[in-house]
Design a protein around this ligand. Structure first.
Ligand SMILES: NC(=O)C1=CN([C@@H]2O[C@H](COP(=O)(O)OP(=O)(O)OC[C@H]3O[C@@H](n4cnc5c(N)ncnc54)[C@H](OP(=O)(O)O)[C@@H]3O)[C@@H](O)[C@H]2O)C=CC1
Ligand SMILES: O=C(CO)COP(=O)(O)O
Length: 316
């Protein structure tokens, strides 16, 4: 049985895909609302839960799970691990979130390691909208686990006919790719929202990818990981699709409109976290820094765009 913590859009979509493929799934939510009776998540409209999914608000129901997917926002992961340490402490835990904890400046795998040292941590990341996964559209993701035997078991256990998992042991590269692409997606949304056009977006994606590579290498990631699904792949998806909440957040800000406050926008807090990580190591992350200042309301859209366009001329 696979356990899923968090019945939001992504947790529900993964549960649906696994259950459709014949896996037993127990889906835990802190408050199931009417999910158990309606079999529909308010976070994933139009998708009905298959019979193979057991819905619960008792985390102890995950005690027998072969692996537990953690599909809660990155800024809440540490709290969830701490509160439910009794159930989660010695388990195979697959982080399904994309972000850097603003207080510890750690990614999801490092957060699991620090909070529950006897758990086996892994991360599932890469280009995949919950809506696509739930509809059974083909998706390819990265499964990263430092222990390659455990990674192989997870790859087998979590792949389905429509969900194709590629494996790596580079958890640092995988978690940084997923976290950083959300920040660059906000910047791209701002540019498009402000009417700067597709050429400006392509420039931001490229220079943003250079920032992703710089920080990831400084933190010990394999550059090849950033070139894969969890880095470049997810950057391409998130910076170009209206389905992305990070991109839409930027789009609204760029157009001078209010962003939807009910949406999970991981790149907002993560932009500050990665800016701090970069500053610690003397790494220049101008796009991330501008997104952080803009997300926190410290600068206007005009100032943000000016500071990106007024960068000194230099070699590529
Ligand atoms: N949506 C997508 O397409 C994809 C999302 N992801 C990643 O998945 C992660 C989760 O995003 P997503 O599912 O979309 O977000 P949603 O906003 O749809 O759902 C978040 C879920 O987390 C739960 N949650 C929040 N705080 C806590 C807490 N303290 N304790 C327990 N549960 C909590 C919420 O519960 P409640 O309903 O009670 O508020 C909700 O079920 C993010 O890191 C995102 O980047 C990755 C790939 C695709
Ligand atoms: O990570 C995602 C796609 O891979 C989802 O992106 P958003 O969180 O921006 O919606």
């Amino acid at each position: 049985m696979i356990g899923v913590v968090g019945a939001g859009a992504f947790g529900t979509a993964l549960a649906v895909a696994l259950a459709r493929d014949g896996r037993g799934v127990t889906l835990w939510a802190r408050d199931t609302h009417d999910l158990a009776t309606t079999r529909r998540s308010r976070h994933l409209p139009g998708v009905a839960l298959p019979d193979g999914i057991v819905v619960t608000d008792d985390i102890a129901d995950l005690t027998q799970a072969d692996a537990i997917l953690l599909a809660v926002p990155a800024q809440t992961l540490r709290k969830v691990l701490t509160i439910h340490a009794n159930t989660l402490h010695d388990r195979v835990l697959v982080a399904c979130c994309k972000g850097i904890d603003l207080h510890t400046l750690t990614g999801p795998v490092a957060t699991i390691r620090a909070t529950l040292p006897d758990a086996m941590p892994a991360i599932l990341t890469g280009p995949s909208f919950a809506a696509d996964i739930a509809r059974g559209l083909p998706t390819a993701l990265t499964l990263a686990c430092a222990d390659d035997r455990a990674g192989m078991a997870l790859q087998q256990g979590l792949s389905t006919s429509t969900l194709r998992l590629y494996r790596t042991t580079d958890t640092t590269g995988a978690e940084l790719g997923g976290a950083l692409k959300n920040v660059i997606a906000i910047a791209c949304g701002v540019a498009i929202g402000a009417g700067l056009g597709d050429s400006a977006r392509a420039a931001l994606m490229t220079r943003g990818f250079a920032e992703m590579q710089r920080l990831a290498q400084a933190l010990g990631a394999d550059p090849q990981t950033l070139n894969g699904l969890s880095g470049l792949g997810d950057l391409a998806l998130t910076c170009t699709s209206d389905l992305s909440r990070n991109y839409r957040f930027g789009l609204a800000r760029g157009a001078g409109a209010a962003a939807d406050p009910t949406q999970t926008v991981e790149g907002a807090a993560t932009s500050r976290a990665v800016t701090l990580l970069g500053a610690d190591r003397g790494i220049d992350l101008p796009i991330c820094a501008v997104v952080a200042a803009l997300s926190e309301g410290l600068i206007s859209v005009e100032t943000a765009l000016q500071s990106l366009l007024a960068r000194p001329l230099k070699e590529e």
